[in-house]
Structures are given as C-alpha cells and as structure tokens.
Design a protein around this ligand. Structure first.
Ligand code: ATP
Length: 494
C-alpha cells in the first residue's frame, strides 16, 4: 500500500512539473522546495524520528498460539487468566473495573517471552505491534518520547484498519528504556522516554474504541523504575522460567514435529541431556541436528546428529585452528582427568569427551545430567569442585606443571565454594559471607579447594596407568562417547 502511495505521488509530481513548464511557469523555486522537503524527510527517517514499528501481518499471528509454546504451562495459565479478564469488556464496564493495562513477562533470555506475547495477541484477536527498548534510545532529546507516541498510535491505527477491537503493544528489553529514572548517563532523554510511556499507559481507558494492552519483557525486572510496576501500569507480572525436563521434552517435540527422526532418537533422553537449555537453545539444537543430517546427505536426523548439535549449541562451532601436538596432549590429559573423577564420584556420568577445539574451548568433557536439581547438597557441591579441579591436577601430575587452561575451572570451583559457605556447609558453620573479613573468606574458600585437590590427587595417582591409556586413545580418536570411556576404564582396571 505504501508503495502505491509513493508511485501515485511521484507520478502526480512529475505531471505537475511538466504541466507548469509547458504553461510557461518558472518551476525553479518549486523544485528547490521539493528537494529541500525530501532531504528533511530523509534525515528524519535516518535518525528514526519517522519510524515504522513492526506490525506482524495477521497471517503470521494466526500461526502462533499457546500450543506453540512448550514447557510454560503455568505462565500460559496466568497469562490466559489475565487475557480472559481483558476480553470481558462489557462486564468490566458494567462493574466499573479499571482495565488491565500492562503485563510484564520476566525471565531468562530465549524462554519464549516474545512467543507468548504473539500467542496472547492471537488469543485476544488483537493486532500485534512490537518494538525493542533499545529502539527508543537516541542521543537526541525528545526522539525516544516521540517514538513511544508513534508506537501507540501505530498500534491503534492498525487495529482500526484491520477492524479489530484490541491492539497489543509489545516492548522487548523494557529495562533499556524503563530503568530507574535519573540513573542513566544521558538521563534526561531516558526520563522523557519513560515518562511518555507512563503517560500513554495512563491514557488507556476501557471506553477507548480500540482496547490497548501493553506487554513488555525483561531479563532484569529488578532494574525497572518502580513507577512502571505500580498498580495501573504493569500490575501483572508473569515469570517465564527455564523449562524443566518435562518442559524441554515438550519443546523438543514442538521443534522436531516437522523433522524426520531416526529410530535411535529418544527425545526424553535428549531432554535429560539438556539441563539449563532455554527454548531458544532447544530450537537451535533441533535445527543444527537437521542441518548436520542434510550435510551428510541422509534422510533422517539421528542420535549422533543430536549429540553433535548439543556440543555445538553449548560450545560453538568447530574451529579450523589446530593446537600444537603438545597442546593437544595437554588438553587430552586435562579432559581425561575431569572425566575420570566424574566417573568416580558419579558412575555413568560422562557423556562425551573430546579434544576438538570449539568456540573458546580447546576440548571438553560433557556430563549427562541426572534429574533437574534445584537444591544442592554438600557432597554434590564438593564432588563438582573435585571434577573441576581434576583437569589441573592431572596436568600437573603427568606433565609436571599446570597451565592457564584451568582458569575457567578454578573460577567455577571458587564460586561453588562460596555457595558452600553461604549454605553453612563449610568449616565456618553458619556465617554471613558478606560480613566475613576478606582474609577469612579467602582462607575458607582456599581450604575447601585444597581439601578437594588432595582427594582428587589421591584418586588420579592410583589410576595413572588408566589415565595414560585413555589419553593415547583420545589423541587418536579426538572424541569418545561415555560408553567407550567406561569400557576403557574397565579395561585398564582389569
Ligand atoms: P529474549 O529475552 O532474548 O528476547 P525471549 O524470551 O523473548 O528471548 P523468544 O524470542 O520468544 O524468547 O524465543 C526465541 C525462539 O526460541 C522462538 O522463536 C522459538 O523458536 C524458541 N522458543 C523459545 N522458547 C520456547 C518455548 N517455550 N516453546 C517453544 N519454542 C520456544
């Protein structure tokens, strides 16, 4: 439609100029004004004063429903309840209830907040207009506020155009524009933008021709200006959490429903193997696995493709850069150290061991997850520290000295030692970590690590021959599965 207007205006303009020239008028000043006007419009557009917000075409809206969102049953339930309330306009009017204006979705990235907002628009038969918080932030004072006005106007106009009673405005990353006022460096501009959003939300009325609902998403609800959270604005908050095992299974089912799976693929097993994955990770996992199958020219996506894809999603793509032979040997020793101790503390826990460089890692050992855990016992945390330290201890034992390769492991081990102290599971008993003098805190954390280091050294020293054998095998094969690793361990013990 935009294009049609453009073409008609250009045609009309050209015809007018030709007519004036033929009629003998001086068209110079007119042309000059036209060029000036065009230039001003172009500049405003490039600075974003004139900006079009994304309206999802109605066909696309139809395609996203709550059935396309997996593993978020309680978020969907809460959302549906709020939306049913909004849909009941007559009753709200009759009883003089203040309409619900805003719903805030909070939770980690990639858990399906945007998807839920789209499904909500579909559920209420509303037009969907979206923008991201970062789109409002400009150096020029007043531009952000103008964009907020434009966003709400676009939503209303679009609803009228499509003859809909409802319009849903979705603002992603609302923390960027809705952070506490007066705290940002160019605070005047931020404050004006946020004030405008508050004004727009306050202006929503149950008697409006188009009923507007604002939905926003953030990973940092704690950063939001309290004015946004007060009743009458975003007074419904819906938590969108990382999916649990059942949720991951549901999401995997959704994202593999259009893919031919091999008979060896167990989605339940994959759901167990992907603890901590968000919906976006799982979508990427299913996609990467299918890409691998396509590259191999096979017509089914198999378990091997999924396992390779998990590694890729966690660690990133394979690197072309090859480490030196000595480095490869060190990496193999380091990873085998992790894997051996992992099997000692939890038999059957090694899933994959590889020295193929990926992302920022030269190699890695991946563990199978048991059930999702939300509470951690002392022995579980101590075992985790032991597995983390095993890489550095194995390097020192076999090569005489450690390397920088263990820096990340040590960092993680220190974080876990803090958890132990905070949970009252260290020698210090029940203490507040924050009020401990720095020296005492460092000593307590160091003691925890030293104790586990000693335990790891003893275990690895009594399995030196096994360690050497597995390292040789790993150097030859580059990647071994958990089952292969366990049979190598059994072979060396026999
Ligand atoms: P961010 O906070 O980074 O903006 P988000 O929470 O809005 O992320 P989405 O953009 O909704 O996440 O998700 C990205 C993609 O991941 C979706 O398009 C979808 O393919 C997939 N996805 C995420 N969560 C789910 C889910 N719960 N069910 C099905 N697919 C999901």
């Amino acid at each position: 439609m935009d294009y049609m207007y453009k073409e008609v205006s250009i045609g009309f303009g050209a015809a007018l100029v030709i007519y004036l020239v033929v009629a003998g008028y001086n068209v110079g000043p007119l042309l000059f004004l036209g060029v000036l006007g065009g230039l001003a419009f172009y500049l405003m557009r490039s600075r974003g004063v004139v900006k079009t917000f994304h309206k999802v075409p109605s066909e696309a809206q139809v395609q996203v429903s709550f059935y396309d969102v997996g593993g978020q049953a309680s978020a969907i339930e809460e959302l549906r309840e709020a939306l049913d309330f909004i849909k009941n306009r007559q009753e709200i009017r009759r009883l003089g209830i203040r309409p619900l204006k805003g719903i805030l979705l909070t939770g980690p990235p990639g858990t399906g907040k945007t998807l839920l907002a789209r499904a909500a628009a579909n559920y209420t038969d509303a037009v969907f207009t979206s923008a991201s918080g970062s789109e409002f932030i400009e150096m020029y004072a007043g531009v952000g506020a103008q964009r907020v006005r434009k966003l709400f106007k676009t939503a209303r106009d679009s609803a009228l155009k499509h003859k809909k009673n409802y319009a849903l405005v979705f603002i992603d990353e609302i923390d960027v524009l809705g952070g506490t006022r007066g705290k940002t460096s160019s605070h005047l501009e931020y404050d004006q933008t946020l004030n405008q959003l508050l004004v727009e939300m306050d202006g929503i009325d149950v008697d409006d021709e188009v009923q507007l609902l604002v939905m926003a998403a953030t990973n940092r609800a704690d950063m939001l200006d309290p004015a946004l959270l007060r009743p009458g604005r975003f007074d419904r908050q819906v938590r969108v959490e990382l999916p649990d095992k059942e949720g991951r299974l549901e999401i995997l089912r959704l994202h593999t429903r259009n893919k031919p799976l091999g008979p060896d693929v167990s989605l339940a097993e994959l759901a167990g193997d992907t603890f901590g994955f968000s919906g976006a990770h799982l979508e990427s996992l299913a996609n990467e696995a299918a890409i691998l199958a396509m590259r191999e020219g096979v017509d089914q996506v198999t378990k091997t493709h999924f396992h390779e894809a998990i590694d890729k999603v966690i660690m990133g793509g394979k690197l072309d850069r090859r480490p030196s032979v000595e480095e490869m040997k060190r990496v193999a020793i380091h990873e085998t150290g992790h894997a051996l101790v992992s099997e000692f503390v939890r038999p059957g826990s090694v899933s994959t061991l590889t020295i193929t460089p990926r992302g920022s890692a030269l190699g890695y050992m991946r563990q199978t997850s048991e059930d999702d855990r939300y509470l951690h016992s002392q022995d579980y945390l101590e075992n985790q520290i032991a597995v983390l330290l095993a890489g550095a201890v194995a390097e020192e034992m076999m090569l005489g000295f450690r390397s920088t390769g263990a820096a990340g492991d040590i960092e993680q081990a220190l974080q876990i030692s803090e958890q132990l102290i905070r949970g009252g599971m260290s020698e210090l008993g029940f203490v507040s970590l924050d009020s401990l003098p720095p020296d005492a805190k460092h000593k307590a954390m160091g003691d925890i690590l030293k104790c586990q280091e000693k335990r790891v050294r003893q275990s690895l020293e009594s399995h030196q021959a096994g360690l050497r054998g597995i390292v040789e095998f790993l150097l030859k094969r580059e990647k071994i599965s958990g089952d292969e690793f366990r049979s190598l361990m059994d072979g060396s013990a026999a």
